[in-house]
Design a protein around this ligand. Structure first.
Ligand code: ADP
Ligand code: MG
Length: 138
């Protein structure tokens, strides 16, 4: 089934000049980037985006990290895109991510892990709507 998922190139990867490399990995995997932008999140905006983690000990640090530099949100489309993009991202902890995955190649640790990807159809829909408005999602 053709799906859409939200990907984000996080500030660590943008700062390190890894945006192009990450886009290349996504495109070579057969997934299509149908919309993309480069923006800054405020701390408040990052807190809303990661609200699901508000009770976790890393919430403040994560939302500081995500608002400290530019991010590149992307609408990624393809057959089974949610699961396939999570696979090419690799495990959350970059130091444990499978060889050749984006997080293995471009991330540093469990927090600074280069990319975000939605984890299910409902979260993908919400997260796409957070970053992209109606006409951008056509
Ligand atoms: P994923 O991004 O793989 O879906 P989570 O949804 O569990 O992972 O966490 C969201 C983000 O919070 C992670 O991508 C990472 O940047 C950060 N994070 C997760 N767990 C930790 C942790 N134990 N310590 C610090 N940061 C974390
Ligand atoms: Mg998650």
């Amino acid at each position: 089934m053709i799906e859409r998922t939200l990907g984000i190139i996080k500030p660590d990867a943008v700062r390190a000049g890894n945006s192009g490399k990450i886009i290349d990995i996504i495109e070579k995997s057969g997934l299509e980037i149908v919309a993309m932008k480069k923006i800054s999140l405020s701390k408040d905006q990052a807190e809303v985006f990661y609200e699901v983690h508000k009770d976790k000990p890393f919430y403040d640090s994560l939302t500081k990290f995500m608002s400290d530099g530019k991010v590149v949100p992307m609408v990624i489309q393809g057959d089974d895109a949610i699961k396939r993009y999570r696979q090419i991202m690799g495990a959350t902890d970059s130091s444990k991510a499978e060889k050749g995955t984006i997080r293995n190649l471009c991330g540093t640790d469990i927090e600074h892990n280069a990319v975000h990807g939605s984890d299910a159809p409902e979260t993908a829909k919400d997260e796409l709507g957070f970053f992209f408005c109606g006409y951008e999602l056509i």
